[in-house]
Design a protein around this ligand. Structure first.
Ligand SMILES: Nc1ncnc2c1ncn2[C@@H]1O[C@H](COP(=O)(O)OP(=O)(O)OP(=O)(O)O)[C@@H](O)[C@H]1O
Length: 703
């Protein structure tokens, strides 16, 4: 397929260079999307239907019987499976009834693959025919006689596993291939899970584009994976619409985005934008260099600020005191002040965007002039109305009544001028709250102001009040629990006409304004009808480790369901108390021990502990990476400040001094939540090393 695209000669088919450029670009994208990925096989599953899908006939039973005849227990007969799988044998017509086979048997892969005649060889995992691969069960076989999963090692087909869903004599058994995929030692960036998406995950992945879905899930339940696969699914099912409107993944920080950035390209999707909320609201000329204390940030992030901004903006509209007199030729047309006031009030009542109303106003005044012209016997047309709207007198009136407003200047004034703030925050913010947000030293200009991230969100809100923010087709919002209401609004206005997938865990909220309930979050996002789903099967964290971390739940998120672990391997888990003077050395020793195993190692520590640990690692001659930098078999140790651990995972985690992680946060609940995040990053082993006493809820075990 790639060779076909590469061989395309477009010289004779393009009318001009713009055409040629556009076509060439499309061709390059197609070639890129068809690139071979090392170790990524073309197919991972096969379905044999009882009858060709879409028919009622039972004619497919033969095919099913045939497929059954070639079965082998998983692991055995792999070579045979490989030969059949590449389609050559089938093309040779090895089996009688090869026709039937082709009609009922489908190979499922990451993308569609066809042969030289254009006949499909591998069906895209997102196609309707593939859904049964994920959803069919013994209870509901969905017309599937045989489901085969293929197992690969380093790109080589090494095993397969069969389920005869309609065979009553065959019992249910756990998939070894799923188990080995889950237990695989992690190294490198996040990978796709297309081969092993679970039924409850699949339902979310394939939910319709019309609705917003919100997923609450404990650490490691696959929220990020599900969100990314959902966007890939939507791009498949609604390609044209979404390529016009665009799609976006919002994540908590750069390291996280780097960690996930290869999943969608591996699924052939290269067009999805990725950003943090700070990126979304970034504006030219507004440099974010400042920070807020927790109280100011919380108030600035509160949804009440949206109303303060709305009022402050609308206060720029003043009622006219003078008539508008338009001179055309020898005639003067006068629109009295009361009539302009009426127009202005109508525009205010319609609650249009400030900027849209400002653009409508000159036309409305011009219309009033035209009515007068007609009354005087003239017959003006649209061109006259346009000319009048551009008349200097009309412009002057508009400027006086409905002046242009710069969003950053508006926020600057609110934060610099206590009286202006008081006027518009009356009844919304208390006097203390107003005091908390006003800058101690007023800024002189937008450029010199020390804007904080929360200020940038306020400016974004103001900009949207003036001019509508363009909406994308679909937005996936990950680690949503940390967003303030104002940040939810900023994301929400980027999908007003589209839909969203909101992913998060209330127990992992570590901002002072962390989400308390998903209903509230969805309301701030502007999607109050969004459906809240829960995932509870954990794919990352070993059972003992998740049980240990879950001891914190009563203190950090009472009422949340504890995750179960689908991992069979118990994992290594130890908690070591060491003398204070030996903490750094013991941590280094734990890292060394972890490095003896395969896979990535994350040393997670309170941010304040980083300098000491950096020194200890250097002295020990160990090199390490920063979070988000790709781990490789040669370079596997990452030093992770606790504040950046969210969303990431490491095969083995060494957690330094839990008490310091808790103390690094302004309050205990946030501290324990930060600790919960740190404790739940491990895939196969966790070593906790501490000199200070453990938080009470965790004390009482260990070695
Ligand atoms: N169906 C699955 N098959 C195989 N692996 C899976 C499956 N679902 C999730 N995983 C794996 O489990 C790990 C955790 O998934 P993911 O990071 O999406 O979880 P999360 O819910 O976003 O976690 P957190 O709350 O910590 O951010 C990843 O390595 C992911 O690939």
């Amino acid at each position: 397929m790639r060779a076909d695209v590469e061989a395309l000669d477009i010289r004779d088919v393009t009318a001009n260079w713009v055409n040629a450029e556009a076509l060439q670009h499309q061709i390059e994208q197609r070639i890129a999307a068809l690139a071979d990925l090392a170790h990524t096989p073309l197919f991972f599953g096969r379905l044999t239907y009882l009858a060709p899908p879409g028919t009622d006939g039972a004619g497919g039973t033969d095919g099913a019987g045939d497929a059954g005849g070639t079965d082998a227990a998983h692991g055995a007969g792999a070579a045979n499976g490989a030969a059949r799988a590449d389609g050559r044998d089938r093309a040779d017509g090895e089996a009688a009834g090869a026709e039937d086979d082709a009609a009922t048997t489908y190979y499922i892969g990451r993308r569609h693959v066809h042969d030289a005649d254009g006949d499909p060889m591998v069906i895209d995992w997102r196609a309707p025919v593939s859904q049964a691969f994920y959803q069919a069960s013994r209870k509901q076989p969905m017309d599937v006689a045989l489901r085969r999963r293929f197992g690969y090692t380093g790109g080589e087909l090494t095993a397969y596993e069969d389920e005869h869903l309609t065979d009553p004599t065959e019992g249910d058994r756990a998939s070894r291939l799923l188990q080995s995929e889950i237990e695989r030692p992690r190294v490198g960036p996040m990978r796709d899970i297309v081969a092993t998406i679970q039924p409850e995950q699949d339902e979310i992945v394939r939910a319709g584009i019309g609705g917003t879905v919100c997923v609450q899930g404990a650490p490691g339940t696959g929220k990020t994976a599900v969100g990314l696969h959902r966007i890939a699914y939507l791009l498949y099912a609604h390609r044209e619409r979404l390529s016009r409107t665009g799609t976006l993944v919002v994540g908590p920080n750069r390291s996280f985005l780097r960690y996930i950035e290869q999943v969608l390209p591996a699924l052939g999707e290269l067009q999805v934008a990725q950003a943090t909320v700070d990126d979304l609201v970034a504006r030219e000329g507004v440099a974010v260099r400042g920070t807020d204390d927790a109280q100011a940030a919380r108030i600035k992030g509160d949804a009440r600020m949206a109303e303060v901004l709305r009022r402050a903006l609308r206060s720029h509209v003043t009622m006219p005191t003078e008539a508008c007199v338009v001179v055309r030729g020898s005639r003067r047309w006068r629109v009295p002040a009361y009539e302009i006031e009426e127009i202005v009030r109508q525009l205010l009542d319609r609650d249009m965007r400030y900027g849209a109303a400002r653009e409508a106003l000159p036309q409305r005044i011009a219309h009033a002039v035209l009515v007068r012209m007609e009354q005087a016997g003239e017959a003006p047309d649209d061109r006259v109305q346009d000319a009048v709207a551009r008349n200097a007198a009309v412009k002057a009136t508009v400027k006086a009544v409905w002046p242009p407003v710069d969003p950053a200047k508006l926020v600057l004034r609110l934060l610099s001028d206590p009286e202006f703030l008081a006027e518009h925050a009356e009844g919304l913010l208390t006097a203390d709250e107003q005091k908390a947000v006003v800058w101690s030293r007023p800024a002189r200009s937008v450029r010199s102001a020390k804007w904080s991230p929360a200020d940038a969100v306020l400016i974004d809100e103001a900009a949207d009040l003036i001019q509508r923010t363009p909406s994308l087709g679909h937005v996936v919002l990950d680690e949503a629990q940390d967003l303030s209401p104002m940040q939810y609004r900023a994301v929400g206005r980027r999908c007003t006409t589209g839909s969203a997938t909101v992913l998060g865990d209330l127990a992992q909220g570590t901002t002072p304004w962390a989400t308390g309930s998903w209903q509230e979050a969805l309301a701030h996002l502007g999607k109050p009808d969004g459906l809240v789903e829960e995932l509870t099967q954990g794919f990352r964290v070993p059972r003992q480790v998740i049980a240990y971390a879950s001891r914190l739940l009563p203190a950090i998120a009472p009422g949340l369901t504890e995750a179960t672990s689908v991992r069979e391997a118990p994992g290594d888990f130890s908690v070591r108390a060491v003398p204070a003077g030996e903490l750094d050395a013991e941590v280094v020793a734990a890292c060394r021990a972890a490095l003896r195993h395969e896979g990535s190692i994350g040393l997670i520590a309170a941010d304040a502990r980083l300098p000491a640990l950096t020194e200890a690692l250097t002295a020990a001659g160990l090199s390490w990476l920063a979070p988000g930098e790709e781990t490789t078999p040669e370079s596997r140790l990452t030093l992770v400040p606790a504040t950046l651990a969210k969303g990431l995972e490491y095969d083995h985690v060494v957690l330094d001094e839990p008490a310091a992680v808790v103390d690094g946060e302004p309050d205990e609940r946030t501290g324990l939540r930060r600790l919960y995040v740190a404790l739940t990053r491990a895939v196969s082993g966790l070593t906790v090393v501490h000199a200070a006493p453990l938080p009470e809820l965790l004390a009482g075990t260990g070695s």
